[in-house]
Design a protein around this ligand. Sequence first.
Ligand SMILES: Cc1cc2nc3c(=O)[nH]c(=O)nc-3n(C[C@H](O)[C@H](O)[C@H](O)COP(=O)(O)OP(=O)(O)OC[C@H]3O[C@@H](n4cnc5c(N)ncnc54)[C@H](O)[C@@H]3O)c2cc1C
Length: 397
Amino acid sequence: MTIVEGSRVGIVGGSIAGCAAAIALARAGCDVTVYERSASELRDRGFGVAIPVPLREELVAAGYVDADMPVHSCVERICYVRDPTEPSGQREICHHSFQAALNNWGVLWRTLRERVPDRVYRDSSAVADIVDDTDGVTVVSDAGRERYDIVVGADGYRAMTRARVDPSTTPTFADYVLWRGTYPESLLDGGTPPELERGLVWIGLPRGHGVCYLIPDPAPGRRRVNWGVYGKVPWGDRFDAPTSLPPGGVGDDLFDELVRGMDDFPPYWAEVVRRTPRPAVSVQPVYDSTISSYVAGNVLVIGDAATITRPHTGAGATKALQDALALEHACRRSETWQQALAAYDQARRPVGNDLVALGRRLGRAQVERPPTWARMTPEVFREWMYAGTFTIAPYEP
Ligand SMILES: Cc1cc2nc3c(=O)[nH]c(=O)nc-3n(C[C@H](O)[C@H](O)[C@H](O)COP(=O)(O)OP(=O)(O)OC[C@H]3O[C@@H](n4cnc5c(N)ncnc54)[C@H](O)[C@@H]3O)c2cc1C
């Protein structure tokens, strides 16, 4: 029996981090309640999420996800630039091993959600406030006021709980956006190219870059094309909060800007993006934020509520899942909640902040100050890639 066993824990947010935290804490013996603002059916939207193969194996072994949860296995990454002198209109500038399990966000979320009993998962339930005193935390929601020993903030990039653990932190706009789109593989013209069977395609653009890969479709045995394009927009100052424009909510100007950028794509990949039904395109303003602590009093934060990482790292869901595993581990090994919270903070704060730093380096190197990709040879690209940009280095405030 652990000291946390029987503790009452309220979790604000029921997305990837919230469900993973509920599984982790229930496994450690806690009595959990999840508050999720939106209705569950909204969760069918979502795009691709890359998860490192060892993390997937750890999650399967620990019982967080099923071994047969569909993924598309990525084994390599191929980098192209537009080159009108080539018959295909493109030139390969790099080709290297890249192992990842490519997931459909909605499939991953549902797999986690199925492990959280309905009686403890309250959807359409927004938390308006949390009040922490030394004896516990009161959660104020549509349902009234409820008392918990501990509260987990899993309320994502606009987290109200983040300000409770670190009032000094503010998400910062990177001054560029990420367009995303997805559609059934069957819409691809001429079948699926071998690059997508093997992994991830990366495209260098004059002011950004693009990625394209396959992900499982929620319908068994089917797959979807998933792409992302990073770039600046002339009216970036319009994005004054890290709120994404969901599929169906992207205005003409942002859509037209995406279409204009297709002139810089190799023709085949421009067509892959153009084929996307317009209501399937979303836009995410790229934000990030570090944090000075993952814990304050009886409140801890997890996933995007803790640190926001730029999507280049492909680490949003990974970090949330690793946070949850670390939380379970800390609870099982500690004799008091104070010890567990301190161990969790010590394990995850540096990782969260280092990933933010990695995202900033990747953003600078690939969007803010990219090299002239078209001039790169495979040798020069490899040198550039391993010059420190793509490795995790300690965060320096
Ligand atoms: C619908 C949806 C689709 C997504 N699709 C993708 C994707 O395709 N690819 C990708 O890389 N990332 C996607 N993300 C983001 C991704 O989930 C996160 O970057 C990462 O997995 C960490 O998840 P999170 O649970 O910390 O944050 P989030 O996924 O942002 O979840 C935060 C949750 O908290 C809830 N919430 C916020 N405030 C309150 C409140 N006051 N009371 C109650 N609930 C609250 C929100 O409704 C949300 O469900 C998506 C997020 C959502 C919500």
